[in-house]
Design a protein around this ligand. Sequence first.
Ligand SMILES: *[C@@H]1O[C@H](CO)[C@@H](O)[C@H](O)[C@H]1NC(C)=O
Ligand SMILES: *[C@@H]1O[C@H](CO)[C@@H](O)[C@H](O)[C@H]1NC(C)=O
Ligand SMILES: *[C@@H]1O[C@H](CO)[C@@H](O)[C@H](O)[C@H]1NC(C)=O
Ligand SMILES: *[C@@H]1O[C@H](CO)[C@@H](O)[C@H](O)[C@H]1NC(C)=O
Ligand SMILES: *[C@@H]1O[C@H](CO)[C@@H](O)[C@H](O)[C@H]1NC(C)=O
Ligand SMILES: *[C@@H]1O[C@H](CO)[C@@H](O)[C@H](O)[C@H]1NC(C)=O
Length: 744
Amino acid sequence: MKVSGNLLLFTFFNLFLLATLVNGSNDDERKPYIVYMGELPEDTTSLVDEHDSLLSEAIGDVSKAKEHKIHSYGRSFNGFVARLLPHEANRLSQKESVVSVFPNTILKLHTTRSWDFLGMPETVKRNRAVESNLIVGLLDTGIWPESASFNDQGYGPAPHKWRGKCAKGANFTGCNNKVIGAAYYNLDPGPWEWEPTPVDTDGHGTHTSSTAAGRAVKGASLCGFAEGTARGGVPSARVAMYKVCWAIGCSTMDLLAGFDAAIADGVDVISVSIGGPSFNYFEDVIAIGAFHSMKMGILTSCAAGNQGPASYTVENTAPWIFTVGASSIDRQFHTAIKFGNGMKTTGMSLNTFSPKKQMYPLTSGAQAANATARIYGNASTCDWGTMLEKKVKGKIVYCIEGNGADYMINDMHGVGTIMSTDLYPDVPFSFLIPAALVSVKEGEEIDKYINSTKTAKAVIYRSKTVKMAAPFVVSFSSRGPQTISLNILKPDIVAPGLSILAAFSQMTTVTGYDDDKRIVKYNIQSGTSMSCPHAAAAAAYIKTFRPKWSPAAIKSALMTTATPMKIKTVDVELAYGSGQINPTRALHPGLVYDINMDSYISFLCKEGYNSTLIGLVTGSKKKYNCSTLPHAMGTDGLNYPSMHLQLTKPESTSFSAVFYRTVTNVESRRSVYKAKVKSPEGLSVTVIPMTMAFEKPYQQRSFKVVVKGKFIKNAKRLSASLEWSDSKHRVRSPILIYRTPHSR
Ligand SMILES: *[C@@H]1O[C@H](CO)[C@@H](O)[C@H](O)[C@H]1NC(C)=O
Ligand SMILES: *[C@@H]1O[C@H](CO)[C@@H](O)[C@H](O)[C@H]1NC(C)=O
Ligand SMILES: *[C@@H]1O[C@H](CO)[C@@H](O)[C@H](O)[C@H]1NC(C)=O
Ligand SMILES: *[C@@H]1O[C@H](CO)[C@@H](O)[C@H](O)[C@H]1NC(C)=O
Ligand SMILES: *[C@@H]1O[C@H](CO)[C@@H](O)[C@H](O)[C@H]1NC(C)=O
Ligand SMILES: *[C@@H]1O[C@H](CO)[C@@H](O)[C@H](O)[C@H]1NC(C)=O
């Protein structure tokens, strides 16, 4: 899947997707490009004409321009998509009115106990009347409105501010007072088949929507697993779905169309469980879309990515985005396996199947090899076409790694598979047949047993739910440091993303394979895709009590009240940012680190974006000029709720940094806050002043944090924290100094 991004659902080697993507049938070399033009002009009546004339100039032919134009954006920002040749794209990028021109890319397809676990029981204090006026917008795979989670009984008509539509389409039963909007974008479908419909044939969009805003449904479970009341974080809120992901993935031009619509339609928060590599902000559609939503007071929550535990993998890192990694809840699934020789082991999977026999014959891919097969592949890893059906039929097959082994072994009438891998030891995946992952070491024992006898046997039991110590950051969750704005810590926070039960589409199966007979109303999935709607809903929940807060203030409240992780991963803050969200505590953060539009602009100036570009992005009404704006001060240049310094030269050992911050009092009482610093040896953190007094609400106070220190030997990281506290609130910011271990 070497495309540029994905729906951030985490599946075990989902290897069959996208094989057909390579072959675009364009007879010429034209490819879709996004021409991004920034803010909408005051008068939008001639927008489309302007796009057409820009395009004709670039192509040099009016009729050809018409033919190659794909779409005009123009509800929330300015721009268009057209099929261009590279030199035409280049010509357009020189135009004064154009911010950036970049090729369309495909971002690939990257309980509730979870809400109880986050300290939001079903009985949590709610402002239901206000909540029912909130609209959660999701850019995803569509929605299956028939789910009980989207039953609209008891919901009034859509809020007045709603300006969106409900698209019609195949197998889509329509919107209701819960799912108030549904749109789909597939601007340039190319040669592959697709149904023009907002219905969810994947399950992902139904899952994320119900995690954010599904109504409470009793007795939900996946085949008996995780049984309980399934509900969203803001169960009274409404859902608006913008389907931008299709069988081949999520096109950036479609994503941008989703943002264009969602912002104009009047949603209150946007959830985007999609990602790809990070770019310069104004060539990154999620950063662009989130920027315009931020301007309209809408927070965009994004998945941090599933490329962990490797460093430098975090995605969606623009500072106006809420970047969410995946944490665990305290529930895990274990799968017991027993062997003919009495050996027992515990595997990882979500195995819904109960064995029908006491034992099954056991073999390995290597033992089942087709000795004459000349096909590229390796039988030990159970690669496609390397095994003999007669040796697999009726057996459980042991595979090293086992890319898609469940699918292949099922196809050859095998009855189960045991796969060995040390990747992702904490993630229970669903498989098509009875299956489990074991460690490499356990795998070797199993292999030895298989080789030692002609009558090897095993049985894979139905999984069991077990309690575990939590929360921790899940292995797959993408880690910092980020690579775009080096001194902004990402991810911002973590939220549950491991084995989350939520509503599912009945137009697909548990694993998504056609051969899977399990069509379910609720499914258990893992990924930062699942974390993202938790954070979006938490933001919406805060908005019900704090309707006037800016997206940055909401983000700050959730970050400064987050729970730092007790179970540490080696990369601590680079894995979890400020910690795990705690929505009820975030209602009373005491102080917030707010960021307004001008501060983001000064930050962009500091990051090297020039005045022309910034002028276009922010609109013509206000001409920004970096050299006349207040200077973004300090190491990071932004009033961010966390503090971070990346030293990109491995040889540097001493460092110093200054962080300038301004906090706003959001409680009505008088208060005095005192600074408390925790810092390790070798790191000095000075806060000036150490005490701040507030007499009235919305009063602001500024302070600075001076950090000095020295790395010893090969140390890479120094973690500290600053906590402001009065008698009632604790306002915590992680401080992380990170040294690149090698030249990048
Ligand atoms: C609708 O759903 C049915 C049943 O799942 C499926 O066979 C069909 O292909 C879908 N699409 C249309 C256009 O009916
Ligand atoms: C084994 O591999 C050979 C060579 O690829 C192939 O011709 C043959 O059909 C395979 N045997 C079976 C039983 O699949
Ligand atoms: C087949 O895979 C196994 C396990 O990964 C490996 O040890 C072996 O070298 C591979 N064989 C070939 C021919 O690549
Ligand atoms: C088991 O036998 C296979 C060949 O059938 C071989 O590739 C593998 O290395 C053996 N495993 C062990 C642990 O000896
Ligand atoms: C800003 O950057 C663009 C693109 O790099 C360039 O064409 C333009 O001349 C720059 N403007 C200023 C004022 O430096
Ligand atoms: C920005 O302001 C500086 C200083 O006032 C001036 O020299 C420069 O021409 C201005 N740039 C633009 C693009 O207006």
